[in-house]
Design a protein around this ligand. Structure first.
Ligand code: NAD
Ligand code: UFG
Length: 341
């Protein structure tokens, strides 16, 4: 019988790509999402790609009673992948309580029900923001966590602590926290992709929307950093590669292969690219000149960060496979298809 996986936030960007990979590996997928940052039409894209229909329930994970009722009905879930969270760094600075309530409230409700139903396995979406500006690069999982630069980043740090404390008190629960670097790109079918609501905060959707004529000009935040070309460096990871790591993590839990009850893994390519590298890659694959200009630094940006993903490579047997140019092309193809260009 196929294993039942609950995917919270499964209509969102990374969640939807992971649902596709899970369905393709014959898991039975149960999505809960309140659609606060996603559109239900994503379900159609998932069905077109896989030929399968995941179960979907519109539900706000902050609603304690609704979560309890959901789990009463679905008490035979085998593992949970918890993507659901709000993720805008800027918005979290302006509305910190909204972020603490949503991101931590939903995690607490989820864990409470896992305890009462004796559900064993959790995969959690964490972030490289918890390393801040690392003292050494590439950064590995042993690096000290730095004071978060935003309430959003703080929710990821606190969430990892909440999970660890919960596991220490309930040793039947095992969790894997996946610390993503910068997920970009889209499924090669262009049937699902990144769909930011309103003006994008992130680099790649801003690039593709500028090229599509929706934004006038990309502002590059700072060209006076201590990097080879003066712009910030990040580890941009293809979203399909990232999604596949979740399937590996779920299997590791289900097959009882974990060495510790709480394991953490960096998910990145191990390569750092500057903002200008990303623009150049985009221009090459799209054969379009991008309108961009340098402007002041954005507050809260770290100068440079990229992953030491050796632990994920060795222990999970997972490796990012898709390069920057192919990934930028997938982002552009998705934008074109979505806009009907
Ligand atoms: P997303 O906004 O596209 O997806 C999150 C989904 O969760 C959305 O569909 C949203 O509607 C849903 N959601 C939010 N709050 C909810 C609630 N209370 N109840 C039910 N559903 C809720 O974001 P994403 O980029 O797919 O990110 C997924 C996870 O990965 C998040 O936890 C995010 O913090 C983390 N992450 C993302 C990035 C990134 O750059 N995209 C980097 C590191 C970590
Ligand atoms: N950038 C620009 N112009 C823009 C947008 C971004 O120059 O319009 C630059 C930024 O200054 C940064 C780089 O592009 O140097 C990447 O910025 P993003 O906003 O795309 O990504 P961040 O590294 O700031 O943060 C992202 C997510 C966070 C997540 C973090 C680590 O937004 O939620 O990756 O995973 F926590």
């Amino acid at each position: 019988m196929s294993k039942k996986i609950l995917v919270t936030g499964g209509i969102g960007y990374i969640g939807s790509h992971t649902v596709v990979e899970l369905l393709q590996q014959n898991f039975e997928v149960f999505i809960v999402d309140n659609l606060s940052n996603s559109h239900i039409s994503v379900l159609e894209g998932i069905e077109k790609i896989t030929g399968k229909k995941p179960h979907f329930t519109k539900l706000d994970l902050v609603n304690k009673l609704a979560v309890e009722q959901y789990f009463t009905k679905h008490h035979d879930i085998d593992a949970v992948i918890h993507f659901a969270a709000l993720k805008s760094v800027n918005e979290s600075v302006a509305e910190p309580l909204k972020y603490y309530q949503n991101n931590l409230g939903s995690l607490i409700n989820l864990l409470s029900n896992m305890i009462s139903l004796k559900l064993n396995y959790l995969v959690f979406s964490s972030s490289c923001t918890i390393y801040g500006q690392p003292d050494r690069l590439p950064v590995n999982e042993e690096a000290p966590k730095k004071t978060p630069l935003s309430p959003y980043g703080n929710t990821k740090q606190i969430a990892e602590e909440i999970i660890l404390d919960t596991i220490n008190a309930n040793d039947f629960i095992k969790a894997i926290s996946l610390r993503y670097f910068n997920p970009i790109g889209s499924h090669p079918s262009s049937l699902i992709g990144e769909l930011p609501l309103g003006i994008p905060n992130n680099l790649v959707p801003y690039v593709t929307q500028t090229a599509a004529g929706i934004r006038q000009q990309l502002k590059v935040y700072g060209n006076d950093y201590n990097t080879s070309d003066g712009t910030c460096i990040r580890d941009y990871i293809n979203v399909v590669d990232l999604a596949k790591a979740h399937v590996v993590a779920v299997n590791r839990l289900l097959e009882n292969k974990t060495k510790e009850n709480f394991e953490v893994f960096n998910l990145g390519t191990g390569k750092g690219y500057s903002v200008l590298d990303v623009i150049k890659a985009f221009e090459k694959v799209s054969k379009k000149k991008l309108n961009y200009a340098f402007t002041e630094r954005r507050s809260g940006d770290v100068e440079q960060v990229w992953a030491d993903a050796t632990k994920a490579n060795k222990v999970l047997g997972w490796k990012a496979e898709i390069g920057l140019e192919e990934t930028m092309l997938s982002a552009w193809n998705w934008e074109k298809k979505y806009r009907g260009i």
